[in-house]
Each structure stands twice: as structure tokens, then as C-alpha cells.
Ligand binder design. Structure first.
Ligand SMILES: Cc1cc2nc3c(=O)[nH]c(=O)nc-3n(C[C@H](O)[C@H](O)[C@H](O)COP(=O)(O)O)c2cc1C
Length: 227
């Protein structure tokens, strides 16, 4: 019990924007709060300037179980960070009412990691942040897609609760980057509320897995019948 409570939570932030603007600011802000207020260890991956190859459905990952055929920045940098973290914060700009292509590519490429180890993301906790140029521009459909991704990969999705956050961090950037995003006080409140839920839920999961450790399988090593 003591060990589970004293170890800092490990939180990964991912920005699916090709720019260092609103989404980058929002994910970094959430990580800063996670460190300063909750004592978490954090890591970060931005899609900006990165080589991100689409999944081409070659099924190399399914046949070989050695990860992805692509040797790009997702394989070189992001997979290890994802495995390291107890919880993820995925932030995306809204493009055409939903995720950016960069965010979707990152999600699709997770198939390779899960093919190698089906329980690799089991019980990691996840939240979403979406920022759009319009006040009602598709933030919620974008977050819903992020939450669906967590469910599909056996993670635990969290929203921020009713009266202020609902599905996650929804921000109106007014197409003015970090400045516009930071001016959206209600949006920033939704981010903080959701982050609090992420931290609380991750603490619960870590405590529960510590307490049940001898009986339960170690995350990442599936039982024979689950394979
Ligand atoms: C291709 C494209 C499509 C966009 N579609 C939408 C949209 O459907 N709804 C919206 O509110 N904003 C839309 N935007 C605006 C961005 O979501 C908004 O400026 C966002 O805050 C940009 O994030 P960034 O500063 O991190 O790049 C779009 C921008 C681009 C480039």
C-alpha cells in the first residue's frame, strides 16, 4: 500500500497538432498542473515536425508480433512513452468536426503495439482535450473518438463530470493559438476538471492493482484464454 501511494503517477501528454500553438499549450498546461499540483512525473510527444506514417494495413504486426513495419517517429519515440505511462492525455485540434489526421494516425498505429501484446494498455487511464476555432466546432465528436479509442484498447476513459466538463477538455481557441485558448475560461475549467478526474482515477487503479497484485495477472502478460 505504502509503495503504491508514494510513487508518483506517470502521465503522458500527446498533442496531435502539427503546430506549436493551442493544442500544444493545452496539453502542456495539463501536464504542468499534473506535476505542480499532483506531483506526477510527465512526458510529452508532439506531432509537430514528426514523421508519422499512416497504418497501411499490411498486417506485419499481426503476423510477426514484433511491432510496426514503419520505423518513423511513432515507433522510435512514442510507443515507449505510451507503455511507460499510467495515464494519457490526448489533445487534438478539431479538423472538419473531428480529430486531426495526425491524432488519428497515432491511434491507428497503436494496433501494432497491441498486436504484439494485447494487454499492453490494460487499465491505463485516458482523457481527451479538443480545441476548435469555433465555439461549437466539433470538440465533442473529437473527444468522443478519443474516448472510444481508449475503450477499444482496454483503457479506462474519463470525462470531467457534469456542470462544467462533461466529456473532457473542450476549448474554443478562436483560431488564435495559445492566447485564444487561454482566454476561454470555461474551456480551461473543463480541462482542469477532467485532469482532476484523470488523477483520481489513476490513483484508484494503481492502488487497486497494488492491493490485488498476487492474484491478478501483471498488465502486459495476458492469460492463455485471453490471447
Ligand atoms: C484543416 C482544418 C480544419 C479545421 N476544421 C475545424 C472545424 O471543423 N471546427 C473548428 O472549430 N475548427 C476547425 N479548425 C480550426 C482549428 O481547430 C483551431 O484553430 C485549433 O485551435 C488549431 O489548433 P492548433 O493551434 O493547435 O493548431 C480547422 C483547422 C484546420 C487547419
Amino acid at each position: 500500500m505504502q509503495e503504491a501511494e508514494t510513487k508518483p503517477l506517470k502521465i503522458l501528454g500527446i498533442s496531435g497538432s502539427p503546430r506549436k500553438m493551442a493544442t500544444d499549450f493545452l496539453v502542456q498546461e495539463a501536464l504542468k498542473i499534473a506535476r505542480d499540483k499532483y506531483g506526477a512525473e510527465t512526458d510529452y510527444f508532439s506531432a509537430r515536425g514528426k514523421k508519422l506514417n499512416f497504418c497501411i494495413h499490411c498486417d506485419f504486426c499481426i503476423r510477426k508480433k514484433e511491432g510496426c513495419v514503419h520505423k518513423d517517429d511513432i515507433a522510435a519515440e512514442l510507443y515507449d512513452k505510451m507503455i511507460w505511462a499510467d495515464a494519457w492525455i490526448i489533445g487534438t485540434p478539431v479538423y472538419q468536426g473531428t480529430l486531426s489526421a495526425q491524432t488519428k494516425t497515432i491511434m491507428d498505429r497503436c494496433r501494432a503495439v497491441v498486436a504484439r501484446d494485447p494487454k499492453v494498455f490494460l487499465n491505463k487511464v485516458g482523457m481527451g482535450i479538443a480545441d476548435g476555432g469555433d465555439r461549437i466546432g466539433g470538440q465533442e465528436p473529437a473527444i468522443q473518438t478519443i474516448l472510444n479509442f481508449y475503450v477499444i484498447n482496454e483503457m479506462i476513459p474519463v470525462g470531467g463530470g457534469s456542470f462544467g466538463a462533461n466529456l473532457g477538455g473542450t476549448i474554443w481557441s478562436k483560431d488564435k493559438g495559445a492566447e485564444g485558448a487561454s482566454e476561454d475560461s470555461e474551456g480551461m475549467r473543463s480541462l482542469r476538471k477532467t485532469l482532476k478526474r484523470l488523477i483520481q482515477t489513476t490513483q484508484l487503479v494503481k492502488r487497486a492493482s497494488f492491493e490485488t497484485e498476487p492474484e491478478s495477472p501483471t498488465p502486459g502478460t495476458p492469460k492463455e484464454e485471453d490471447k
